[in-house]
Write a protein that binds this ligand. Sequence first.
Ligand code: TYD
Length: 142
Amino acid sequence: MNNVRVLNLKNISDEKGNLTPIEATRDIPFEIKRVYYLYNVPQNQTRGYHAHKELQQLLVCINGSVEILCEDENGEKQTYLLDRADKGLFVGSMVWHEMMNFSKDCVLVVFASEYYNEIDYIRNYDDFLQLSNIKRQGSMYA
Ligand code: TYD
């Protein structure tokens, strides 16, 4: 998969419980400008259905579980199960992603490299395929 990686985060575990730290540019490959979280997602609700032109994100399910289907600009697809607070999914630019099977208690925290910017979204799947094609051809002839 291009631009998607599972990151095993530190888990400092002792008799007091667990602690997972995330340091920008050290534990994850970007500076963090924004954090948001998804929670109370109704049963069978899916979300996402977009890619980003530039944005890089780290998704961490800190409670419950959720599945993330990713498709990169080469058309490769993979589904990732996020079910641990010490497992992150890095999703870089040009990755179409769909979120599904949210457990009732799911809390999905997302660390993002940029402020919210609707202009950076690719919300139409055909636009994503077309842009992916252009990017692929660009890199072939570069
Ligand atoms: P959206 O990214 O479409 O959610 P999802 O892909 O999870 O279904 O965002 C939903 C709404 O929230 C949309 O109106 C934009 C708004 N929003 C913000 O205002 N700030 C943010 O940081 C994010 C991620 C979304």
